[in-house]
Design a protein around this ligand. Structure first.
Ligand code: JFZ
Length: 605
């Protein structure tokens, strides 16, 4: 009972923090001066999204299409973050912005003369998405730079009229998606338009030097273009509006009306603004740690930049991609993963390889992803994550326990059967037993799948689980500070840009007062000593105390730095199986600098 209450309140805390991330909040530890990043913050607007039930047909896309391809492709792709021999580090589609290279408008417009994506292969991209296991593609029809990647009649600054290429690649991509049987949708930057007179963050005068208003831009370009993308490309699945900023509500309402009229079954992204979208787009490059209700998606990219950046070889591996995808599905949402084709239209080989690698896994275990429900535990487990289908649990084991036993805490149902899936067709029944409320499965010593192994557990009745945090007896258990009960300190959401436009988010406990603590309730199966480490940032040397209520307390001084890092505190003893309350406190040193992200328990055997 207590846990249900606790988790319910955590869910609402998450809803609050995820929405407040859209609000203007000074970013800490930014790579760029705060003033500049705040400017970027202003552009997100006040997007409190009214979550709708998946009542309309358009909601079904997210029910079975948990995974999608995002594509950032435009004139900026030709630069790949290098301008006049100098490399700018950050999100490539922002290259003309003053936070990056600061390219004057006339100069940027000239890029169109050299834009000739002769290696663009619509069929190959659609096939890549299909092979990756993705259910639809969303591509930039027009990003903040104002250049249309399709044949627009409303503005000549487009790929057909302004480049030597002279073809509409979007026509080809729509067709190719149809042929391979996946959905299609457009990203459209409705507020920001940096090159059209009157556009958001754009020039304030037109070519004759006459004052241009947002209304001018809206009527001459934005509205006609949204009409074009929703009427000239057949049925589309989503219109992905972005960065509404302070765009007045009447414009957003009218744009959505156009989408509804032209594409009654299409979803409108949460970033349309004014809470008018169909679903919530969570912060970029972020997967929530706790289940989130309603329709939502996380957007992320295969490396660090959305658009192609020549230096960016920081690719996610197939296993990392699966980790992010399964967490999204496990938290109840969908995952959209981006690629940035080069200016010539080709897709970086390593991105394609990573997507195909994870796609092969999805083909082996489609039930883990498609049409799968969230984890009844509501958060990740130490060795992996869980998704569901009816009375079945899919245990996706990312870290195979070398002990030959997998420990699942808090499952109340009787288990009908447990099978280790070895491929789409075959599986092996595995033994299981109940020990102190934990389900323990006997496993072969080696993981059967080289990426992520899957155990399918059939239950009697619908999954019924105590979502308490539990300390795994074999695998490291990390519990985040955002799941703690905090007193005499504060839980605060912090986000910053690692490189320009590359967001990182951490919920951390700060403002430590004397006697303050972050406390977790944990279940212990195997008694004994565990190593304790805390993950934090701070200044100088800090003294931390970790105490078990009614039990052992340990304390230690360790270093601190501005980068989150695990610091060992010491060994602590849980004398018998059962429930404990464990608290962590920063007690000496520059306690006001201390920001706690999580606690980690490592079994000693
Ligand atoms: C926006 C764009 O500015 C960016 O270029 C890219 O297209 C990305 C997918 O979307 O950037 C955002 C928008 C919203 C948030 C973060 C970055 N957000 O709400 O956290």
């Amino acid at each position: 009972m207590k846990h249900t209450l606790k988790t319910a309140s955590l869910a609402s805390v998450f809803a609050l923090v995820s929405m407040s991330c859209m609000a203007k909040e000074p970013a800490k530890d930014t790579a760029k001066p705060a003033a500049k990043s705040e400017k970027m913050d202003d552009l997100w607007g006040d997007s409190v999204v009214k979550l709708r039930a998946a009542d309309a047909k358009r909601g079904q896309l997210f029910d079975d299409g948990n995974y999608a391809m995002f594509i950032h492709w435009g004139l900026y792709s030709n630069l790949g973050n290098k301008v006049k021999g100098k490399t700018y580090y950050g999100i490539g589609e922002w290259i003309m912005n003053s936070n990056m290279a600061g390219i004057p408008i006339p100069e940027y417009r000239k890029l169109a003369n050299d834009f000739n994506p002769v290696n663009f292969d619509a069929k190959a991209i659609a096939q890549l998405a299909k092979d990756a296991g993705m259910k639809y593609i969303i591509i930039t029809s027009k990003h903040h730079d104002g250049f249309a990647m399709y044949h627009s009649k409303a503005d000549k600054f487009n790929i057909v009229d302004a480049t030597p290429y002279g073809r509409d690649p979007m026509k080809e991509l729509v067709q190719a998606c149809k042929e391979v049987g996946i959905g299609f949708g457009f990203y459209y930057s409705h507020n920001q338009d940096w090159t059209f007179p009157g556009g958001g963050k754009g020039p304030k005068v037109d070519s004759d030097g006459k004052r241009a208003t947002f209304d001018d831009y809206y009527k001459k370009k934005c509205l006609p273009q949204v009409k074009e993308i929703t009427s000239e490309y057949g049925q589309i699945e989503i219109v992905w509006f972005d960065t509404p900023g302070s765009m007045p509500k009447k414009y957003v309402e009218e744009l959505i009306e156009v989408v509804r009229k032209n594409q009654p079954d299409a979803l409108v992204s949460g970033r349309a603004g004014h809470g008018l979208g169909d679903y919530q787009s969570l912060g970029d490059m972020e997967v929530p740690h706790h289940n989130v209700k309603g329709l939502w998606e996380s957007v992320d990219t295969t490396n660090d930049s959305w658009a192609y950046a020549w230096y960016d070889e920081n690719w996610k591996t197939p296993k990392q991609i699966l980790g992010l995808l399964v967490s999204c599905v496990g938290r109840g949402g969908t995952y959209m993963l981006n690629i940035g084709p080069r200016g010539d239209g080709s897709v970086p080989q390593r991105a394609a390889d990573a997507l195909r690698g994870s796609g092969e896994w999805i083909r082996r275990y489609p039930q883990v992803v498609y049409g799968a429900g969230p984890s009844p535990w509501q958060h990740a487990l130490p060795w992996g994550d869980v998704t569901t289908r009816g009375n079945k649990l899919h245990l996706a084991v990312f870290e195979w326990p070398r002990s030959g036993e997998l420990h699942l805490p808090g499952l109340k149902n009787k288990i009908k059967s447990a099978k280790l899936l070895t491929s789409k067709e075959s599986s092996a029944e595995i033994a299981h037993k109940k020990v102190s409320g934990w389900s323990v499965f006997s496993l072969p010593v080696g993981a059967p799948d080289k990426l992520v192994s899957v155990i399918e557990v059939e239950l009697e009745g619908e999954p019924d689980v105590d979502p308490c945090f539990a300390i795994d007896p074999v695998v490291d258990t990390e519990i985040l500070a955002e799941f703690s009960e905090v007193s005499g300190a504060k839980l605060k959401r912090n986000r910053w840009m690692e490189k320009f436009g590359e967001w990182k988010h951490v919920n951390q406990v700060v403002n430590w007062q004397p006697g303050g603590a972050a406390t977790w309730e944990v279940d212990v199966l195997v008694p004994g000593d565990y190593k304790v480490a805390l993950n934090y940032t701070g200044k100088g040397r800090l003294v931390w105390k970790v105490a078990i209520e009614g039990g052992e307390a340990i304390q230690n001084q360790q270093n601190a730095s501005s980068v989150f890092h695990d610091y060992r505190i010491g060994w602590i003893n849980f004398p018998k199986p059962g429930r404990y309350k464990v608290g962590a406190s920063c007690i000496e040193g520059d306690t006001q600098s201390a920001a706690l992200k999580g606690i980690k328990f490592t079994p000693l055997r």
